[in-house]
Design a protein around this ligand. Sequence first.
Ligand SMILES: CC(C)(COP(=O)(O)OP(=O)(O)OC[C@H]1O[C@@H](n2cnc3c(N)ncnc32)[C@H](O)[C@@H]1OP(=O)(O)O)[C@@H](O)C(=O)NCCC(=O)NCCS
Length: 151
Amino acid sequence: MQMDTVRFKLEELRLVSGEDQRDLQILFAQSKNDGNFSAKQRKLFFAHGGILVVVRDVTEHSVIVGMASLLVLHSLVKSGGYIGHVCVERSVRRNGIASDLLIHLVARAKGLGLSDVRLTCNASNPGTNALYQGLGFEPAGKSSNRYKIVF
Ligand SMILES: CC(C)(COP(=O)(O)OP(=O)(O)OC[C@H]1O[C@@H](n2cnc3c(N)ncnc32)[C@H](O)[C@@H]1OP(=O)(O)O)[C@@H](O)C(=O)NCCC(=O)NCCS
């Protein structure tokens, strides 16, 4: 399904306000991610080129209902991207939100000139295979929960 771009707005966050922090923590908990998205950690994340993209529901006071992040990793010979923390609020799943978040981050990774973008799926969600493969990700390595797109 295509995301309703009147109701849902995609946005890259450069700063995280107190309200956004609360929304992100709720999403973290729903996706069983550990950790506190602390101010110190955010500073490190953004300082090292991390990209955080969210989707807001404008009919619900612009609460954040979806999130995903892109880390940029450099070695001596190439730079790659790593997508993580893909999560959508339960009540609005199957509206194309994760797809739009991922399409945005893949385009950003390509625009940055990265050689590839990868992700590891830790959740035991059978829908994620269809989600990632539908967006052009292919299996990376022997493990069935790793995916990549090579540019
Ligand atoms: C996985 C998750 C991010 C999907 O978010 P979403 O916004 O509902 O995904 P989309 O609407 O973009 O789904 C796109 C396609 O992926 C597949 N898909 C997504 N969720 C699915 C599910 N639960 N069951 C079967 N297929 C699913 C479908 O093919 C879907 O297309 P369709 O709705 O037209 O059939 C969301 O369920 C979630 O946050 N889960 C908990 C956290 C998690 O598992 N994160 C992924 C870590 S690897």
